[in-house]
Design a protein around this ligand. Structure first.
Ligand SMILES: [Zn+2]
Length: 205
């Protein structure tokens, strides 16, 4: 079936199992997750894409949320080691990097608008021009940058690519780190009724 503007790329629509896994990974019920833009080689979610407007009406700018505990812990280690300050300083002196990071900022907003369109949430003027993670001039959250890099692939976010390369001592894309990373036997924190599931049901009529 050919892709249309409103269709979601293959494999991105979250199953109930995906939503349960996300809730276990984060140890809280996930809300308004509409796509899984990056997965472990085993299929488990690495990143959740959240609708730009939550079902309670609140605008939500952090579209790509890093969920895998091994990755979130690795990103936190890099943050604690001062990587964000070092990157922000380089943005002030490296024009080429600054330009590429500005492009990443725009690509983040474009990806969010596309996700909002697919999820049926419509325009969210409250967060127009706003991305996340400190973009376009600062680095305030490596989790955001890594989430963006994983969701959009190499080249989308230069500092996300750098941070992703820097987590290699703890996580690499070529193998599964899920075993023991969260408690699969634990009860799911809560059942999620994602906006996307409702949206799909509407489309099926
Ligand atoms: Zn895995």
């Amino acid at each position: 079936m050919p892709a249309t503007a409103s269709s979601t790329p293959d494999g991105r629509v979250p199953s109930q199992q995906d939503l349960d896994t996300l809730s276990r990974q984060l140890n809280r019920p996930v809300r308004d997750v509409v796509e899984i833009p990056a997965r472990c080689v085993c299929g488990n979610p690495l990143v959740a894409a959240t609708a730009p407007r939550l079902s309670n009406g609140i605008p939500f700018p952090t579209t790509f949320y890093l969920t895998h505990p091994v990755l979130t812990a690795a990103a936190s280690r890099l943050e604690a080691a001062g990587m964000m300050n070092e990157m922000t300083e380089r943005l002030g002196t490296d024009d080429e990097l600054a330009a590429a990071y500005e492009k990443a900022h725009l690509s983040y907003i474009a990806a969010r608008e596309a996700i909002g369109e697919r999820a049926g949430t419509g325009p969210v003027p409250e967060i127009a021009g706003i991305s996340a993670g400190g973009m376009p001039t600062r680095v305030k959250c490596l989790h955001v940058l890594i989430g963006h890099a994983l969701a959009e692939g190499p080249g989308a976010n230069p500092l996300g690519d750098e941070a992703l390369a820097a987590v290699a001592p703890w996580w690499t894309a070529d193998r599964c780190y899920c075993e023991g990373a969260w408690d699969n036997a634990a009860p799911v924190p809560n059942k999620d009724l994602s906006r996307h599931v409702k949206h799909l049901n509407q489309q099926e009529k």
